[in-house]
Design a binder for this molecule. Structure first.
Ligand code: HEC
Length: 126
């Protein structure tokens, strides 16, 4: 009788583990993936941050690619004004915003590292 009871307990425990085990693994995976973007671990951002940007070139890149949606004097603009953007977004956050394409309708851009550094240096001045 006792043995049977112990067996049932074991079974219940195993069932529970088989359900909860993968869930725990998933949670760990999610935490890992969520935390990752906040570290400068990707070589692209790291290189961009190590480069000296040219705000004059950056302005040109901005006017060609971004001003259509972000130019501040326009009332009908699609995107928010980027005046003083560097006060509420980190360098890494700005890079991520430009290259990730995670906030439609803003498209994903793929500037090379120097272009991104130029753009960033311009955005930090406005
Ligand atoms: C098609 C229109 C469009 C273009 C082109 C565009 N954006 Fe955006 N952008 C948006 C929209 C819309 C948002 C708001 C997205 C959201 O957070 O929901 C945004 C958000 C941003 C933000 C975050 C603003 C904040 O206050 O957090 C930054 C930074 C930014 N864009 C930079 C750029 C840069 C740099 C370029 C050019 C390389 C660019 N965008 C081109 C539409 C655009």
């Amino acid at each position: 009788m006792d043995n049977q009871l112990a067996d049932t307990k074991k079974e219940v425990l195993l069932q529970w583990l088989s359900l909860v085990g993968p869930a725990i693994l998933l949670v760990i995976l999610f935490i890992f993936l969520e935390v990752k973007p906040f570290q400068v671990s990707d070589p692209y951002s790291k290189n961009v941050l190590s480069l000296q940007g040219d705000p004059v070139k950056g302005k040109g890149i901005f006017q060609m690619n971004c001003a259509g949606c972000h130019a501040s004097p326009m009332k009908s603009q699609v995107g928010p004004s980027l005046d003083k953007i560097s006060q509420h977004k980190s360098d890494l956050g700005i890079i991520n915003q430009v290259v990730s394409g995670q906030t439609p309708p803003m498209p994903q851009f793929q500037p090379n590292e120097q272009e991104m550094a130029d753009l960033l240096s311009y955005l930090k001045k406005i």
